[in-house]
Write a protein that binds this ligand. Sequence first.
Ligand code: CTP
Ligand code: CA
Length: 224
Amino acid sequence: EGLLGEPRPLAGKKAIVTSGPTHEPIDPVRYIANRSSGKQGHAIAAALARLGAEVTLVSGPVTIPDPAGVSVVRVERAEEMRDAVLAALPADVAVMVAAVADWRVASAAGNKIKKRPGEAPPPLQLAENPDILKTVGHHGARPKLVIGFAAETENVADNGRAKLERKGADYILANDVSPATGIMGGDRNRVKLIGREGSEDWPEMDKDEVAAKLAALIAAKLSA
Ligand code: CTP
Ligand code: CA
């Protein structure tokens, strides 16, 4: 337990959390990105630290402050995020919350691309980014618990379960990120926890509360 007598069930456990978007450069001044505030990922890193875990938070570019009590590795691109996550292994649990850009520009321009009067817009050749969750889920040094999110706008349960299988995760927290839900960028979240044994709907709550509930689940599973 901690100094104030609070329970620290994750003391001695190592956690890796990814959060935020990635930025994939088009040229030195432009990029491709997903929408992500980093609120949910940062809250999960903080909740795990509060339970005593040694947390490495690998974060893409966000404007929110670093959570207390975690070591933060700041990255820009998906490939950098993958490298930072692999460098943080081994760990007992990995929670991939980042909204990783699925594609990068195959060869980013070294200089700013200029508009030229009368010329067509430049075509963007894309290349697929590494799937960090899938890499960790199938890694030789796979953490005992591997958890991901599934951002969906339709067929939330089916798409979430397919991601659980494809990526070798133990749990997926699937959420409906349709603009009307206000989840993206907001302080509230409503997720469905999908595991190998089944799934359960969590009621809508603050992202901090989702984080605390997930951290408690992780503590229970790691001590079982
Ligand atoms: N993820 C990842 N690396 C990627 C893409 C996704 O680690 N290159 C992780 C996310 O952090 C999340 C999970 O995989 O935990 C699901 O991300 P999502 O974007 O919902 O799934 P994708 O597999 O990219 O499928 P799609 O975007 O086509 O729905
Ligand atoms: Ca994606």
